[in-house]
Each structure stands twice: as C-alpha cells, then as structure tokens.
Design a binder for this molecule. Structure first.
Ligand SMILES: C[S@@+](CC[C@H](N)C(=O)[O-])C[C@H]1O[C@@H](n2cnc3c(N)ncnc32)[C@H](O)[C@@H]1O
Length: 291
C-alpha cells in the first residue's frame, strides 16, 4: 500500500485551524494525510475542500479520509475560486499548500518521478494532461532544456546535460527513467553517494512538466481572493526556488497592510520528525494571516 506521512501536521493544525467549525481548503490533498488530521481536530460543522491534480491520489484520499466533511475536487489549486463558487463557497477560514510531490507518487515506478526506479518518463501529476516529461525531453529545443536544467534544477552543468539529451534523442527517443539517467551519467557522473548526480535534472523536468512554479506564482492571488479576515494560509515548500517565491509574495501581501506574517522566519520540522521521516528534512513552513 502507498504511504505519505504528512509533514508538521500538528504544528500546521495549531497555526491554521482558527475556527473549529470553519471551512478550509487543502490545496494539495495528496493522500489526505493533513486533511485527515485536521478533521480529527475540527468540529462537526467544519468542511474541507481538498484539491489535487492527480486523480489516483484523490481516489485514495477519499477512501483514507472517509469523512463526509471532505469534498475532494479534481482540479489544480489555482482553480479553487471557481470550483468553490460552484459549491456556493466564496470565503475560507484557512488554506494549506503542501507543495511538490507525495511519497506515493515518487515511490510508484509507473509514474516515472524517481531516478532510482525504472519506469516510463512520465512525471505528470495530472494523468489526464497530455504533456509528459518524455515529450519535453524529446521535443523541446536545446536552449529551453538548458534553461529549465539551470533555473529549475539549479544544475551547474545545465548546458552539457542539455547537449547530452539532444545528442541522444537523435538516435532514439528517450522514453524511460533509466535511459535518461544513463545518457546523463557521462556528463554528470555515476551514482557515488546516496543522491544520484542527475537528481536535479529529474527535479527540473518535473517542475516544467507540471508548470509548478507558474502555479506557485498564483498562490498569493488565490488566498487574497478567498480568505476572510482572521483566516490564515500555510505553505510548505521543499526547495529554495519555491520558498523564495512564497517569501516574496507573502512580503508583498503584508506590505498592502491587509495581511500580516505569522512567522517572520520559516518554521522547520523538529529533529525527531526528520529522524522518523527523512523526506521532512528540506521542509519549510510559512504562515500568513488576513487582517
Ligand atoms: C506533498 S503532496 C501532498 C500530501 C498531503 N498533504 C498529504 O498529507 O497526504 C502534494 C500533492 O499536490 C498535488 N499537486 C501538485 N501541484 C498541484 C496543483 N497545482 N494543484 C493541486 N494539486 C497539486 C500533487 O499531485 C500531490 O498529490
């Protein structure tokens, strides 16, 4: 069975659940770990609207949470205002965004997210979307590949990696995780430690395939539209690009005078949590409140 351990669930619940009978959105429902815990802390009249692009995750979340107070919606969180309006909900008491991918998606080889597992080079959160990571690898121009490897992967050898991809695809389409890993090894080196040298390239492709930064860019607008006075939004990020964006967007909201930062610096998981769940190690939490 697939698992995903929700990160900083207790700390987030304490900071976010300001109204026990309130209406909340979980912008990234995943397997429903945070939502299930939140519902255990909320009253009978509370509601959570859970959004996810991944229809398989949504199905599992519905089953695991198994609570009539949850409405699970197959939609990106950027579409929350329209989706919520269709349920006659225009204001929320809080919102959570737990960015990136879940352990379930990483661990399932058929999804193609993991450099350590042989699988199709897919990486789509939304399996109904047409563009996959393989489409990017096989069709995007050299300059665009180099850009995403540099910007989204923060890869020093982005130009060499992009060249290796373009050279390899002249001979045969790159369709699997192993093919991509192997063609990059002459440029980036073979696996030595725990982390494969091409991990950042995989990250870059995942971010591009799912337009992750374009979505993160819209979080501030979504919460500005939906949160009522006193309501809070919490964002968990897992790499510096996302964290920088959230930091700047939250600062800009606070500068309007209608929002205040709940924590000036990022909050991070406890030593004990990281010891029990190594995937928590890079998590950073920022919380903001509407005045
Ligand atoms: C880190 S997981 C969330 C895990 C969840 N908090 C839990 O405890 O089970 C992130 C989830 O967000 C989803 N996702 C990524 N981008 C999204 C977007 N723009 N809109 C909605 N869901 C998104 C992914 O498909 C994934 O299931």
């Amino acid at each position: 069975m697939w698992t995903h351990i929700p990160i900083m669930a207790r700390e987030i619940a304490q900071l976010l659940l300001v109204n026990p009978q309130g209406t909340y959105m979980d912008g990234t429902l995943g397997l429903g770990g945070h939502t299930k815990y939140f519902l255990s802390q909320l009253g009978a009249q509370a509601r959570i609207f859970g959004f996810d692009k991944d229809p398989h995750a949504l199905e599992m979340a519905r089953e695991r949470v198994n609570d009539a107070r949850l409405t699970a919606c197959h939609a990106g969180y950027t579409h929350a205002p329209e989706v919520l309006a269709s349920y006659h909900v225009t204001q929320l008491d809080g919102a959570l965004f737990d960015l990136g991918l879940s352990s379930y998606q990483l661990d399932d080889p058929t999804r193609g997210f993991s450099i350590l597992r042989e699988g199709p080079l897919d990486m789509r959160f939304d399996t109904t979307q047409t563009t996959s990571a393989a489409d990017i690898v096989n069709t995007w121009p050299l300059s665009e590949l180099e850009r995403i490897f540099r910007e989204y992967g923060e890869e020093r050898r982005a130009a060499q990696a992009a060249h290796a991809v373009v050279t390899a695809r002249r001979t045969a389409q790159v369709t699997t995780t192993t093919q991509l890993k192997q063609l990059l090894e002459p440029v980036l080196g073979p696996q030595r430690g725990r982390i494969h040298p091409a991990t950042q390239i995989f990250q870059a492709l995942r971010i591009a395939c799912n337009r992750e930064l374009e979505n993160v860019e819209q979080i501030a607008g979504v919460i500005d539209q939906l949160l009522k006075p006193g309501a809070r939004a919490a964002v968990l990020t897992f790499h510096s690009l996302e964290d920088r964006m959230i930091k700047n967007h939250f600062k800009a909201l606070a500068a309007k005078g209608t929002w205040k930062l709940v924590n000036k610096h990022t909050l991070t998981p406890s030593y004990e949590e990281v010891r029990q769940n190594s995937r928590a190690r890079s998590a950073k939490l920022r919380v903001i409140e509407r005045l």
